[in-house]
Design a binder for this molecule. Structure first.
Ligand code: ADP
Length: 409
């Protein structure tokens, strides 16, 4: 295509140059041999005109050749750019499928690029690691101090525990780090839970074997000594033993409840219907509390009995937390986030102190005088059995928000 345009231009330059040369020779001859000055003048003018034409054409021809070469280079550059952009899109799409948050960060903590999971974490365009509210300055420093090749656990400002790995590389001359943040809560919970289940099974078996005869014998003993006219002190002592052993048996039975949780029998649960039923069941407990529901029209595959046990436990805790507060309020929200369904219960109570955040899901941890400490342990177990998790965060108005994050299917 380029040569088609080049040939006529070169030909045009050729015949003009030849004509100018012929005219120059004729002018020289007439100048030397005759005195036809008018003719010489005309010939000289023609020669100059043809010379300029030839020169202009030559320049145009060169310009055309140059612009063809430039066009070719531009086309090549454009196709290179397109290929590079496609490769980058492909890489970005690949990085976006990774569930870990990936961030390229300069040594002083400036964020250079992120994948989708990291954008969800940063919630937009945070310029520095420490500016991300969910991470916070303290965790940002800990993350930047993770040595390449030696992953470490870091607790973020929002309470999430993350496994942080770092790698160093020099991008564009400036030393940068590739940081990966991976939520470990699910995996750690599963391991911890298995240990609890194993221990609970052994303990409940051993304790129940000894406790059942003690409870029934002490009850009979109390009846027998009453008939025999024993002293009030002896009767009171026998009654105490009977009462305490029954209490202990009840405690162990609850322990067993955790150890022997059935596998979920999943079915499609409409959250609108589900929350209406929960509201009915919790009516008395929620009396005097401003109870709001924000329920999207979602269904999920879950065991309705286990799920209602989890939500009731969370609502009971929320009701305990708002007892004694002015304008007590609880909100139950059901929304879809990504490919998960989130059931969250927020209250405006006293919130969970930072020092208790790691403990509240541990079975039998309680700060209540008559608490059993198994409510949240059960919620966590139910969430894990459904392939989900439970999280706690500070609610907007200072209380606590518990989030049950469950897969939709
Ligand atoms: P229990 O309610 O018997 O104490 P749980 O396992 O349900 O057992 O809860 C453990 C602890 O977690 C509670 O004792 C309390 O300290 C804390 N907690 C649970 N829910 C809330 C809440 N909504 N607000 C503040 N603290 C809470």
């Amino acid at each position: 295509m380029a040569s088609d345009t080049a040939h006529p231009a070169v030909f045009a330059v050729g015949w003009r140059a030849l004509l100018a040369l012929g005219l120059a020779l004729a002018t020289a001859y007439l100048l030397a041999a005759t005195q036809y000055y008018a003719t010489i003048l005309v010939l000289a003018a023609l020669m100059l005109a043809f010379s300029f034409g030839a020169a202009r054409r030559r320049l145009q021809a060169r310009g055309a050749a140059d612009s063809i070469a430039a066009n070719r280079t531009i086309a090549r550059l454009q196709s290179e750019q397109k290929r590079a952009a496609q490769a980058q899109d492909h890489l970005q799409a690949l990085l976006d499928t990774v569930s870990a948050a990936l961030l390229v960060v300069t040594e002083d903590g400036r964020i250079e690029s992120t994948n989708r999971a990291a954008q969800l974490l940063t919630g937009g365009n945070a310029p520095r690691l420490s500016d991300i509210a969910a991470i916070g300055p303290e965790a940002a420093t800990a993350i930047l101090n993770i040595a390449p090749g030696t992953p470490g656990l870091v607790r973020l400002a929002d309470g999430r525990l993350e496994l942080v790995s770092a790698g160093r590389f020099a991008g564009g001359g400036e030393a940068s780090r590739l940081i990966s943040l991976q939520a470990v809560v699910g995996e750690l919970d599963a391991v911890q839970l298995k240990a609890w289940e194993d221990m609970s099974r052994v303990l409940t078996h051993e304790i129940m074997n000894s406790l059942t005869p003690i409870a029934s014998l002490s009850e009979s003993l109390s009846g027998m000594i009453r008939q025999d006219g024993a002293s009030p002190e002896s009767i009171a002592a026998a009654d105490t033993i009977a009462r305490r052993s029954q209490g202990l048996a009840g405690f162990v039975a609850r322990y067993r409840q955790m150890a022997e949780m059935p596998e979920p029998r999943r079915q499609s649960v409409s959250l609108a219907v589900f929350t209406r039923e929960i509201r009915g069941l919790m009516q008395d407990r929620l009396n005097g509390i401003a109870y709001r529901e924000q329920v999207d029209d979602i269904s999920l595959a879950a065991d309705p009995d286990l799920l209602s046990q989890a939500v009731i436990n969370l609502l009971r805790n929320a009701a305990d937390a708002v007892a004694g507060t002015d304008n007590p309020a609880i909100t139950l929200a059901c929304t879809r986030e990504e490919d998960a369904v989130v059931i969250s219960i927020s209250d405006n109570g006293k919130g969970v102190p930072a020092e208790h955040r790691d403990d509240i899901f541990v079975p039998f941890f309680t700060t209540k005088r008559d608490g059993s400490g198994i409510g949240l342990g059960l919620v966590r177990q139910i969430a894990l059995k459904h392939g989900g998790r439970v999280e706690v965060e500070a609610a907007a108005d200072g209380g606590a928000t518990f989030r049950l994050v469950l897969p939709e299917q």
